[in-house]
Write a protein that binds this ligand. Sequence first.
Ligand code: PEP
Length: 257
Amino acid sequence: MRKLIIGGNWKMNLGSPADAKNMIKKLMILVKKISSVDIIVAPPFTVLESMVNMAKKSNIKIGAQNMYFEEKGAFTGEVSPTFLKSLGVEYVILGHSERRDIFKESDDLVNKKLKKAISMQLSPIVCIGEHLDERENGKTKEIIFNQIENTFKDLQKEDIIKSVIAYEPIWAIGTGKTATPEQAEEIHSYIRETLMKKYDKETADLVRIQYGGSIKPTNAEDLFKQKNIDGGLVGGASLQADSLFEIIKAADKISNN
Ligand code: PEP
């Protein structure tokens, strides 16, 4: 049994201390009794320290939205994994499609970050997914296969099981267009099959694969019901405590069934 995991990716929102504190306070009260789901919140760097401190006695874990693969030096504007560790951050999102598309991050760069995160005991949430034209041209599985090959290059079994994979079809991110549960499950099961061929069945069965792309309270339960969908990475709907809680409750209901 894989424990479902819900991540809230705040992106470049709620980055001022007052807004972030207000949001996490509300969320901490709402999720107090949830124990069957792992809950991660990834705020902007500016409020990571206060979010870690506020969430310390709660069931919410804090993640960063990105990091660099070097620990220190002349890398203006980058954030070191050592800094994240020193704050008590536990998770890090890597290779989000916005990082890949807007900031031109390659599979090779994400692979370097992933290896570094694992070596520093930061739990990575690694995003993969296809563009709309790639889906329309029947290339989804090829894209996913190559992203797994290149992003997880040289990763051993014991490393891959420490990673969470987020399948996020790029055409569904922030667009209001969600993949149907069947469309998502088809690719989630393909990801698991690919991991099985690359590693073995036991390893593939242990890796948690989240879905991401316009998850809302109204579609969460049907997505999380799918055999290979182990929760979700939530953008827009994670900015309000109430809607993120509804999504967490959908996961909790499935876990307790
Ligand atoms: C995301 O940013 O990872 C995401 C899935 O965003 P949204 O839920 O807004 O589509």
